[in-house]
Design a protein around this ligand. Structure first.
Ligand SMILES: *Cc1c(COP(=O)(O)O)cnc(C)c1O
Length: 362
């Protein structure tokens, strides 16, 4: 297949978590999906969609949704942009702002999609290792020789939040593009977002998504905030009708139900904090998460291969979590936060496994 470019051939495909067949006995905690339904307004709008709007091209600029985002975040509509999931926006950022041979600085570990996008665009990744306690070395990022810095905040898969003052320090002292991915920010403590700073720093892009906190993974809408000049560059690079009509309407309905967002994220945060407390009692080492997932390491006495073994044990019980083959993560599992009931079932099973001789000796 000589028509495939050599640098594309070399790329290892981005591997996403398994999407198992849904059934009553499956507990799916592997893709950081929301355990609760989106706002009931979303389904109401879905049911009223007219045949004509399926026949017509959608609004190519997502005007209505962007106006609503601008209102909510007190920015101008021209400082907002919508994409087919934030994945599309991430890809577009590379298309528009980064060229072959450019370099980005990004903490390691972080969201793997950035590494694969860089490879597709022949952009070099300068991976800045996190410290032993998983905190991010802000100064190493700022002083990196790079065109852009990528910061997922709170970070994935660690779940740790970099305080907004530190993020601002990056935007202030780094002269290139600063991409801050706030996919999980609604699960973090209050006032952690740096969206308001896009008015002050012309090099800052804040990427968000409806997938996680709004429970709309399947609808595929992401958005971002930045200075007007950066946004108009994104508009030039995007697909003409990048967000379909149905998705624009459903995202808008979700956005307007602020009460639902608060109730459901509060529930997830409560369940998360309880789960962390509980598995710490079982001897797990857990990072204090500010997201809807936890990164944890089973007790060390279970051996080097403990995370993979536990992953397989859980699979046998139809409990799906995430295991990464990676030198920094091989002894850890990433567990998305499900409903209170699901986390109780998981906890009870983990407790039983920790007490059972077969797991300890195998
Ligand atoms: C899930 C996730 C995304 C992708 O979101 P989509 O909007 O569904 O494409 C982006 N960034 C991070 C860090 C994520 O975890």
């Amino acid at each position: 297949m000589t028509m495939i470019l050599p640098h594309i051939k070399q790329i290892k495909p981005y591997v996403s978590g398994i999407q198992p067949p849904t059934g009553n006995d499956v507990i799916k905690l592997n893709l950081n999906e929301h355990p609760y339904a989106p706002s009931p307004n979303v389904l109401n709008v879905f049911r009223t969609i007219k045949e004509e709007s399926l026949r017509r091209y959608p609004n190519s600029q997502c005007d209505e949704l962007r106006r609503a985002l601008a209102r909510k975040y007190d920015v101008k509509k021209e400082q907002t942009f919508c994409g087919n999931g934030s994945s599309e926006i991430i890809s577009l950022l590379f298309t528009v702002f980064l060229d072959r041979g450019h370099r980005i600085a990004i903490p390691d570990p972080s969201f793997a999609l950035y590494y694969s996008m860089a490879a597709v665009h022949q952009v070099e990744c300068l991976k800045i290792p996190v410290r032993y306690n998983f905190t991010i070395d802000t100064d190493a990022l700022i002083t990196a020789e790079a065109k852009a810095i990528v910061l997922v905040n709170p970070n994935a898969p660690t779940g740790l939040l970099l305080p907004p003052q530190e993020v601002e320090r990056i935007a202030k002292h780094f002269s290139g593009l600063v991409i801050v991915d706030e996919a999980y920010i609604d699960f973090a403590e209050a006032d952690s977002s740096i969206v308001p700073l896009i008015k002050k720093y012309k090099n800052l892009v804040v990427v968000r998504t409806f997938s996680k906190a709004y429970s709309l993974c399947g609808v595929r809408v992401g958005y971002c905030f930045a200075d007007e000049a950066l946004i108009s560059a994104l508009e030039k690079g995007k697909n003409l009708y990048n967000v379909n009509f149905i998705s624009q309407q459903l995202a808008l309905a979700a956005l307007l139900d602020e009460k639902h967002l608060k109730t459901t994220t509060d529930a997830v945060k409560r369940t998360r904090d309880d789960f962390i407390k509980n598995i710490r009692k079982l001897g797990f080492n857990v990072i204090q998460s500010q997201t809807n997932f936890v990164l944890c390491s089973p007790p060390a006495h279970l051996g080097k291969d403990r995370a993979r073994k536990l992953y397989n044990q859980l699979l046998e019980r139809n409990i799906y979590v995430r295991y990464f083959e990676d030198k920094l993560l091989y002894d850890k599992l990433r567990i998305s936060i499900g409903t209170e009931e699901e986390m109780k079932i998981l906890y009870d099973y983990l407790k039983k496994l920790m007490e059972s001789a077969t797991f300890n000796n195998s």
